[in-house]
Design a protein around this ligand. Structure first.
Ligand SMILES: Cc1ncc(C[n+]2csc(CCOP(=O)(O)OP(=O)(O)O)c2C)c(N)n1
Ligand SMILES: [Mg+2]
Length: 354
């Protein structure tokens, strides 16, 4: 793991954050980080392991089990006007930016009250108000969109940033390279965050690319590149913080490779038998949530009792959100045609954002 500097651009260092550093977030933010880590893990457990298995969710279910620190450590520091473009493994981004869990669950259950009004049932949801661009299924296409968002900031003279997440498999797509080049040339305020979770469906990294660390891709386009431990939420926080500071100062984009591991199948139907059992056992020892929790306890930021209370609160929030979503109606068939053409009073101009 090392930081590689771009020949001309400013540096972005790699932080190991196994202790609290002077630039660590304040206690309130540390607690929020733990809360969102746990909420994301538990909500996705309910989605992937309970609701899907009960047959209440149909179709693809993709979760970020084991990778939660990347979404949390980055989105937690966004301010109003910033944007995040999550991948299918960054459920926390939606929650942190202000989507309500009950609405996201209504969407998963295909209900009329979900943000997509039952038109799709994963997280292809976004909101211009909350600063979230929906997941774009053709992998790689999200990156040029992030450039477009950042170009809009530039043209409007705003100091906002766009965080875009994508997997290591996605980096093999041409769009990714076009976007990185464009962002560097135009000095756009984009933070490219590669969630390297070891696999692209069943393809391991050694069959995906021939370099050791993907951070070399940053300097290749004239921006800083760094590889960090993506299971260390504080390292993510501090590294992304530097990249955000650079971007807000008009110094352009950065590329951050966050190494982590996909602690589940590619999607809920995939038993991932192609992943060696020993590797899973090894990676389980690096769980980002247990690790952060231990640190906060050791540094006396939080007590065991407070953690218990937080966990109880999270279970209650999830129970209530599931009950709400299950009570919501399915959309009526004849509404399927709504929203195809937009008039002045159409729902996407006036109502919730998709
Ligand atoms: C262009 C394109 N090709 C294939 C797919 C199907 N697909 C969806 S997710 C995925 C794996 C992507 O791997 P990676 O980028 O490493 O992300 P991860 O799922 O591991 O987070 C694939 C092949 C797609 N959605 N778009
Ligand atoms: Mg991957």
């Amino acid at each position: 793991m090392r930081a590689i500097k771009s020949p001309k651009t400013a540096k972005i260092a790699y932080h190991r954050a196994d202790g609290l550093l002077p630039q660590s977030p304040d206690v309130g933010t540390l607690e929020r980080m733990l809360y969102y880590l746990k909420l994301t893990r538990e909500a996705e457990y309910r989605i992937e392991r309970v609701l899907y298995r009960q047959g209440k969710i149909v179709g693809g279910v993709y979760v970020g089990r084991g990778q939660e620190a990347i979404g949390v450590g980055s989105a937690i520091q966004l301010v109003e006007g910033d944007f995040v473009l999550p991948s299918h493994r960054d459920f926390s981004s939606f929650l942190i930016r202000g989507f309500e869990l009950k609405d996201l669950l209504a969407n998963w259950l295909g209900r009329a009250n979900g943000p997509t009004r039952g038109r799709e049932n994963t997280t292809h949801v976004g909101s211009l108000k909350l600063g979230v661009i929906p997941i774009i299924s053709p992998l790689g296409d999200t990156l040029p969109v992030a450039c477009g968002v950042a170009l809009a900031f530039k043209l409007r003279g705003r100091k906002n940033v766009a965080l875009v997440h994508f997997g290591e498999g996605t980096t093999s797509r041409g769009d990714v390279h076009e976007a990185m080049n464009l962002a560097a040339v135009m000095k756009l305020a984009v933070i490219f965050i590669c969630n390297n979770n070891g696999y692209a469906y069943s393809t391991p990294t050694e069959r995906q690319y021939a370099v050791k660390d993907l951070c070399v891709r940053g300097p290749a386009y004239g921006m800083p590149g760094v590889t960090i431990d993506g299971n260390d939420v504080l390292a993510v926080y501090q590294t992304v913080r530097q990249a955000i500071e650079r971007a807000r100062a008009g110094e352009g984009p950065s590329f951050i490779e966050c190494k982590t591991f996909r602690m589940t199948g590619h999607s809920a139907h995939d038993a991932a038998e192609y992943v060696p059992k020993e590797r899973l056992e090894e990676e389980a020892k690096k769980d980002p949530i247990t690790r952060f929790e231990k640190l906060l306890l050791a540094q006396r930021v939080i007590t065991t009792r407070q953690i218990k209370q937080m966990e109880q609160r999270i279970q209650k929030e999830i129970d209530e959100a599931v009950a709400y979503a299950e009570a919501c109606p399915f959309p009526r068939g004849e509404t399927a045609i709504e929203g195809v053409y937009c008039g002045p009073d159409c729902w996407w101009e006036t109502g919730s954002a998709v």
